[in-house]
Write a protein that binds this ligand. Structure first.
Ligand SMILES: [Ca+2]
Length: 551
């Protein structure tokens, strides 16, 4: 390294220290980044698909004799599958979430088909895979003609209400079709009002955000339930929290709740990598979404995790308040409550933070539901369910058959299968996972994966790197990539064929493209090997030419 090079390093380090000298500055930077992202997103049109799968008219198929059941759907943002008290978390207390599992059903193997906020939310609302609803990143508006499951409910005579983060199309918090009542905000929203003039969209009116958003959205939801009590209509309440998305901000009453108790769920070391670790994964450690350079800062990930777990406490309070209101209205037992997270989140697994990738901590989500009138309490469902199943399940609870264009299936019967009258239920063995590369975060490649009960096959499209195969039964933390093990050759080829067959059946062989937002997170930290790319897997490297006699 020459003197000029060192001088450049020193200057950059000084500049770095100035930019990221303390945690508060980081928070401001993150909020600013979010704002920049939102403003650039304003230039985006919705994606336009020439082959829209959405029906042009809303045709309902009522199930004969079925009850029109009230439904409460509670969604949180980036809530990990294991960040729940009843599953044995080492320090988190989630009594109200636990009560849903106790009085209802724990869907242990719940997943998202794309681990990213907007695409997953679009899959929940439409019952479709990402490559079909075409909300392929966090910047897109929904394409024209998008149909949400709530539109079928309205046609079935329901009163429908949406509270919270919508996100799809960051420039717009306008009331979407399918919802009679609407409280939302643009993009990610804010835990606390960023300025005194910041407003929410409340049924088309600009209303100032007064305080902590998790509590405020719950206030709006409960007020609406009280108003709805006076009506005869069945209702569907969609409570979509901003929490617990970064930057994790606990309510004032929960700050420091877990002081001295925090242990990280994972502490992945470079030494855990082996010759079959993908290059992109090793490179991503030193990036915006890696543990060596998280958000291009030197944040303390342990403190970061504590903030996350403490921010969840207000969500748990929210669940408790919603349940108490249903009880006060005398309809707790007959109402279907479903709780889930929109995607997972990593705190060091595989050397990463964030989500997007196909590893378990990214794609698994918490999901519980209760309805004592429908299900026996305390059950655990093992079958694989996904975000695409929410719409068909809620429609089923409303007495409607699934519309034919939806990819998901109702999982309600899985919780009733032990009843003597219920015969064996055919269910999926695998689900398809897709994630599309975006230039804003260039470190995560396009990912296709097939996740079954035992094996997961992951392939990267458009990247010179190794694919992956994991035996999830024997290696749930996905530490040993079996892709080069000849013993699994047939399993790998069968899963690869099945993955592409599913993509082909589902219209996923045309990869959607996304226009970059010009918000580019592609720098690396020199002092942690930032100017060095990872080595190729050793099996890619040969010592002699393969074709010695080539002319
Ligand atoms: Ca999310």
């Amino acid at each position: 390294m020459n003197t000029n090079g060192n001088s450049t390093i020193t200057t950059r380090r000084q500049a770095f220290k100035m930019r990221f000298s303390c945690w508060q500055v980081f928070l401001m930077a993150l909020v600013l980044s979010s704002t920049v992202c939102t403003s650039f997103a304003n230039v985006y049109p919705s994606t336009v698909s020439q082959n829209s799968v959405f029906p042009s008219t809303i045709n309902t198929t009522p199930i004969a004799g079925a009850k029109k059941r009230n439904v409460v759907f509670i969604l949180t943002d980036d809530h990990r599958y294991d960040a729940m008290g009843f599953t044995g978390h080492p320090f988190m207390k989630t009594p109200h979430l636990d009560s849903i599992a106790k009085e209802g059903v724990y869907l242990k193997n719940a997943f998202v088909t794309t681990s990213l906020c907007s695409p997953s939310r679009a899959s929940i609302l439409t019952g479709l895979y990402t490559h079909k609803h075409r909300v392929i990143d966090n910047n897109r508006l929904e394409q024209e003609g998008t149909v949400y499951f709530s539109q079928y409910l309205q046609k079935q005579g329901y009163d429908t209400a949406y509270f919270g983060k919508w996100h799809m199309g960051s420039k717009s918090d306008e009331q979407r079709q399918g919802f009679n009542h609407w409280v939302s905000f643009k993009g990610q929203g804010h835990y606390l009002p960023p300025n005194k003039n910041y407003t929410l969209n409340v049924n088309g009116k600009r209303v100032k955000q007064k305080g902590y958003i998790t509590d405020e959205l719950t206030d709006y939801a409960i007020d609406w339930m009280k108003e709805n009590q006076r009506q005869e209509k069945p209702f569907m309440l969609y409570l979509s929290h901003k929490a617990v998305h970064a930057n994790f901000t606990p309510a004032e009453r929960h700050k420091g709740l877990y002081n001295g108790q925090v242990t990280l769920p994972s502490n992945h070391k470079v030494s855990d990598y082996n010759e079959n670790t993908p290059r992109w994964l090793r490179d991503q450690r030193n990036s915006w979404h890696g543990v060596d350079f998280p958000y291009h800062s030197e944040i303390d990930i342990k403190q970061y995790y504590q903030n996350y777990t403490e921010a969840f406490s207000a969500v748990d309070d929210s669940i408790g308040r919603v349940k108490a209101q249903l009880k006060a209205m005398g309809i707790l037992d007959e109402t279907l409550i479903i709780y889930m997270g929109d995607n997972g989140f990593m705190f060091g697994e595989h050397g990463l933070i964030d989500k997007r990738v196909a590893y378990e901590t990214s794609i698994r989500v918490p999901m519980v539901m209760q309805c004592p009138d429908l299900f026996k309490g305390g059950q655990t469902i093992e079958e694989i369910v996904a975000n695409i199943d929410i719409a068909p399940s809620i429609l089923k609870a409303a007495g409607l058959e699934k519309p034919p264009h939806m990819d998901g299936e109702s999982f309600l019967a899985l919780a009733q299968k032990n009843a003597p009258s219920v015969k064996e239920i055919p269910w999926r063995d695998y689900f398809l996972y897709v994630y599309y590369w975006e230039k804003n975060f260039p470190q995560s490649p396009t990912v296709f994966a097939l996740r079954g009960n035992k094996y997961k096959y992951i392939t990267y499209y458009g990247l010179w790197d190794t694919d992956e195969l994991y035996d999830l039964e024997n290696d749930p933390k996905e530490t040993t990539n079996l892709i080069a093990n000849k013993k699994y050759k047939n399993i790998i080829s069968t899963m690869e064929d099945k993955l592409y067959a599913m993509l082909n059946d589902q219209g996923g062989m045309d990869i959607p493209m996304n226009k970059p937002s010009r918000w580019l997170q592609n720098i690396r930290y020199r002092k942690r090997g930032g100017d060095k790319a990872a080595d190729f897997p050793t099996r890619f490297v040969v010592d002699e030419p393969e074709h010695k006699n080539a002319q």
